[in-house]
Design a protein around this ligand. Structure first.
Ligand code: COA
Length: 136
């Protein structure tokens, strides 16, 4: 498996990967192109020409970093790819004051192993924004 921050990511391949998730299954190729060009830090994992893993961070590089869209192809899970993607992303974010993410309860152990802990502060969602996006 090859990891890279620089190798171009094919939006169609990323769309297929995201279709295996619960939160990003309906993103269009155009939206994914904007996601890629708008994210300062994106990392991919390839098995040959096949994109098998992805993660990204939105960050100013100093104070805040939001990690999002961490995904490994279902057939390739539990072989260390997710850990390696996160390890490399966290290395790039070294020194950033707050590095955070949102996740489901089922992956809490995965992130705990990587040094994350449950936050004590409250996350607020802008509900009207969610409604406009079709998320109740
Ligand atoms: C979460 C995810 C990215 C992990 O990727 P991965 O390549 O399977 O992770 P790794 O092989 O590096 O796992 C390392 C360790 O994390 C833990 N872990 C990984 N996935 C886990 C899960 N679903 N539940 C509990 N522990 C998990 C295990 O301890 C695992 O070690 P082990 O296999 O020796 O037991 C992957 O399962 C995935 O894509 N899930 C669907 C999308 C998702 O939920 N992403 C997170 C969004 S916030």
């Amino acid at each position: 498996v090859e990891y890279s921050f620089d190798r171009p990511i094919d939006p169609v391949q990323l769309q297929r990967l995201l279709q295996t998730t619960g939160w990003a299954a309906d993103r269009t190729v155009e939206e994914i192109e904007r996601l890629l060009s708008g994210s300062p830090l994106v990392i991919g994992a390839w098995d040959g020409d096949r994109l098998v893993g992805f993660a990204r961070a939105l960050t100013d590089g100093v104070f805040r970093a939001l990690i999002d869209d961490v995904v490994v192809h279902p057939a390739c899970r539990r072989s260390g790819i997710g850990t390696e993607l996160m390890r490399r992303l966290l290395e790039r974010l070294n020194g950033v004051e707050e590095v955070f993410l949102r996740c489901g309860a089922e992956v809490v152990p995965f992130y705990e192993r990587l040094g994350f802990a449950r936050a004590s502060c409250i996350t607020m969602d802008h509900v009207s924004n969610d409604e406009e996006n079709g998320h109740p």
